[in-house]
Design a protein around this ligand. Structure first.
Ligand code: HGA
Length: 609
C-alpha cells in the first residue's frame, strides 16, 4: 500500500526520494509525489500513475534540494487524482506525507474550517498538514507542533513532516503503521519499508508505536509516546539489493516462483540442524509451547490458505484442535477463546492490519500466547507476539504471494511436528521421517518448476476463458483455493475452488465445455474419491486439467489433460502442488497481457482495513 520516503542531506535528495519510491512501487499504488525544500520554498511534484512519470516531471522542473519527502499513494480517502496525491501542504509552508487512515478526519476538518483553513483535497491526510500548521503558528517549534497535531488524531498513521523555514529538520511519527529511520553519514532518512533506503544505508531504527523523531543531517532524536527521549536499537538490515532487483527474470513473480527451492532450504535450515525443537519458535517457546492445548490461526488471503493446510497437519500430527479464521471476520465477532489455545498469526509483511488487529483482539479475549509467522523481521506482528518463526523467503516484491506462501507452509508443518513431539505423538523414528521429507522438499519443488513449459502450453488455453474451477480434497483443497486466488488476482479470470466432494452440492451446475476444471490429484488416500469427482465433470462435458503425481497413474484422454508432478512426497505434497498452480496463473496472466507484478486494485502489504 502507500509508501513513505524522506531524506535530509548535504546532497540533492531528489534522486534518493525517486529511487526510494521506485523500490516501494511493489507495494501497489496509484499516484506518487515528492515535496522538496528549494531556495526557501516548498516545491511539490505529484502525478497520478507511475513514479517514472513523476520523476520525469521533477526532472523537467529541475527540482533539487537537501531536504524532502516522497510518497506513493494507494487511495483510501478520496479518488485517485493529483490533488489527492501526497505530499499535502498547508499554506505552502508545511508539507506532510502519510500512510494510514485518520478516523476523526471529519471532525478535524470541521474544526479546521472554522479556523479558516481551506481544503484542496478529499483526503484524510490534509487535516494533518493543517493541524501541524496551526500548532506551528503558535511557537514555531516543528517537532512540538507535530506532537500536538498527532495527539489530536485517532486512527493509524506514519507521517513525515517538513517546514518551509526549517531546512535542518525532518520530523516523523508513527502509530499503527510502520516507519523506520535510516542512519547515514551526515545524512538521515525515513521510510515505511527498509527497501526504500537500502541503497543509501543498511543501518536502521524501527520506530515503535507512538514514537516521534526529529532528524537533522547529523542527529536523530527519538521520543516515545510519553514524550521521553529513548534510545532505539540500531539494526543492520540484511535485505540484499539483488533481492530487490529483477535480474534475468521478466517479473518479480516469476523470479520469486523460481526462488522457492532456495527460500525453502533457507527456511528449513535450522530445523534440519536441530530437529523439531521448541527453540525454533523463539527463546520463550520452550516454556510456553508445552502448556498449550489447541491452536487458533488468524490470517488473510494466501496466508489464510496456508493456515487451512496447517489445520490438517496440526490435528493429525499434533493431535490437538486447530481452528483457522479470516482475521477481518474474527476481529468483529464475539469470539470464544480458550486461554490455552495458541494464537498463530500469519502475515508475509508482519504488518497486515486486519491480522494485527485480530491478534490484539485475541489477546483481549484471553488467549495467553501468540506465535507469529512472518517474513519481515522486526515487523509489527512479531513484536506483538511472544513467539515467532521467521520464514526466510527473502524480499517478496510481486503482489501475488508465492515463496512467502510455501515457506509459511513449512513453518506451519514444523509447528505441527514440534507440538506432536512435545505431546509424545511423534517418536524418534517419525521425527527422522519428517526431517527426511523436509530435506527432500527443495528438490521436489525444483522438479515441479521444471514442468513450466508444459504448464505454459495449458495456460494459453485458459487465456480465452472467463471462468475456471479448481478442485482438491483434504490437504490439497487449500491448494485449490490458492490456485483459484492466484489465477483471479493476476489474470482477472474468475476462478472458484471447491473441495471436490462438494461439486455435486452446487457448483456442478456451472460445468460445461467452456469451464476448464483444474484438479489437484496426488496419490494420497483420497485419490479414488477425486477420480470419481472427475468422472462427474467429464460426464457434463467439462474439460479437466489434472496435476497428478507420478504414482497417480492418470493418462491423457479426450478432454482430460494431465501433467505429472514429482513422485508423491507424502505429507508435504501441498507445498509441491502449490508450484504448478502458481505457474499456471503466471502464464495465463502473461498470455492475457496483464500487469503481473502490479495487478489492478491490489497492494502488497495491506495496511488499511
Ligand atoms: N488515507 C490516505 C493514505 C492511504 C494509505 O495509507 N494507503 O495505504 C489517503 O487516502 O491518501
Amino acid at each position: 500500500m502507500c509508501g513513505i520516503v524522506g531524506a535530509i542531506a548535504s546532497r540533492n535528495v531528489v534522486p534518493v526520494l525517486v529511487d526510494g519510491l521506485k523500490r516501494l512501487e511493489y507495494r501497489g499504488y496509484d499516484s506518487a509525489g515528492i515535496a522538496v525544500l528549494v531556495d526557501g520554498a516548498i516545491r511539490r511534484v505529484r502525478r497520478v500513475g507511475r513514479v517514472a512519470e513523476m520523476e520525469n516531471a521533477a526532472a523537467a522542473e529541475g527540482l533539487s534540494g537537501f531536504l524532502g519527502i516522497g510518497h506513493t499513494r494507494w487511495a483510501t480517502h478520496g479518488g485517485v487524482t493529483e490533488p489527492n496525491a501526497h505530499p499535502h501542504v498547508s499554506h505552502d509552508s508545511i508539507a506532510v506525507v502519510h500512510n494510514g487512515i485518520i478516523e476523526n478526519h471529519e471532525q478535524q476538518r470541521e474544526a479546521l474550517r472554522a479556523l479558516g483553513y481551506r481544503f484542496e483535497s478529499q483526503t484524510d491526510t490534509e487535516v494533518i498538514a493543517h493541524l501541524v500548521h496551526y500548532h506551528y503558528q503558535q511557537d514555531g517549534d516543528l517537532f512540538a507542533a507535530t506532537r500536538r497535531a498527532v495527539s489530536e488524531l485517532t486512527g493509524a498513521y506514519a507521517i513525515g513532516v517538513i517546514a518551509i523555514d526549517r531546512p535542518q529538520q525532518l520530523v516523523c511519527a508513527r502509530m499503527g503503521c510502520p516507519l523506520l529511520i535510516g542512519l547515514g553519514e551526515g545524512e538521515n532518512f525515513i521510510a515505511s519499508d527498509v527497501s526504500a533506503v537500502i541503497s543509501a544505508t543498511r543501518r536502521v531504527i524501527f520506530l515503535e508505536e507512538g514514537d516521534l523523531a526529529l532528524l537533522t543531517r547529523d542527529e536523530v532524536k527519538v521520543f516515545d509516546r510519553d514524550e521521553r527521549a529513548v534510545e532505539r536499537k540500531i539494526h543492520v538490515s540484511d535485505v540484499s539489493l539483488a533481492s530487490l532487483e529483477l535480474g534475468p527474470y521478466s517479473h518479480f513473480m516469476q523470479k520469486e516462483i523460481h526462488e522457492q527451492p532456495k527460500a525453502l532450504s533457507d527456511t528449513i535450515e535450522a530445523v534440519l540442524e536441530d530437529g523439531f525443537v521448541a527453540g525454533l519458535f523463539g527463546p520463550n517457546a520452550p516454556a510456553l509451547l508445552p502448556t498449550l492445548t489447541g491452536v487458533k490461526i488468524l490470517a488473510c488471503g494466501t496466508s489464510y490458505y496456508a493456515g487451512l493446510t496447517a489445520k490438517y497437519w496440526i490435528e493429525s500430527i499434533a493431535g490437538i484442535q486447530c481452528d483457522v479464521e479470516i482475521a477481518s471476520e474474527y476481529r468483529y465477532r464475539e469470539a470464544w477463546a480458550d486461554p490455552d489455545h495458541l494464537v498463530v498469526t500469519i502475515s508475509q509483511s508482519g504488518e497486515t492490519l486486519d491480522s494485527m488487529e485480530a491478534l490484539k483482539y485475541a489477546k483481549s479475549r484471553g488467549h495467553k500466547t501468540a506465535l507469529s509467522i512472518c517474513n519481515v523481521r522486526e515487523s509489527a506482528i512479531p513484536r506483538a507476539s511472544e513467539l515467532v518463526f521467521y520464514t526466510r523467503a527473502g524480499a517478496e516484491i510481486g503482489v501475488a504471494s508465492t515463496k512467502a506462501f510455501t515457506t509459511q507452509l513449512v513453518a506451519l508443518f514444523t509447528l505441527a511436528v514440534t507440538l506432536g513431539k512435545m505431546r509424545g505423538r511423534v517418536d524418534a523414528a517419525a521425527e527422522a521421517g519428517y526431517l527426511d521429507d523436509l530435506r527432500h522438499l527443495p528438490g521436489s519443488v525444483q522438479h515441479a518448476l521444471n514442468l513450466e513449459p508444459q504448464i505454459k502450453t495449458w495456460s494459453e488455453r485458459f487465456a480465452s476463458k472467463s471462468d475456471a474451477l479448481f478442485l482438491g480434497r483434504g490437504l490439497h483443497y487449500p491448494i485449490a483455493l490458492e490456485g483459484a486466488l492466484k489465477l483471479k488476482e493476476i489474470s482477472y479470470i474468475h476462478a472458484e475452488a471447491y473441495p471436490a466432494g462438494e461439486l455435486k452440492h452446487g457448483p456442478l451446475a456451472l460445468v460445461d465445455s467452456d469451464m476448464p476444471v483444474v484438479v489437484i490429484a496426488p496419490n494420497d488416500s483420497l485419490l479414488e474419491k477425486v477420480k470419481s469427482n472427475m468422472q462427474e465433470v467429464r460426464a457434463r462435458g467439462g474439460e479437466l486439467f489434472v496435476f497428478a503425481d507420478l504414482d497417480s497413474h492418470f493418462s491423457e484422454s479426450d478432454g482430460v489433460h494431465v501433467i505429472r508432478t514429482p513422485r508423491h512426497v507424502g505429507v508435504l505434497s501441498p507445498v509441491v502442488h502449490a508450484i504448478p498452480v502458481q505457474l499456471l496463473a503466471y502464464h495465463a496472466a502473461l498470455a492475457r497481457g496483464t500487469d503481473v507484478d502490479k495487478p489492478r486494485n491490489l497492494a502488497k502489504s495491506v495496511t488499511v482495513e
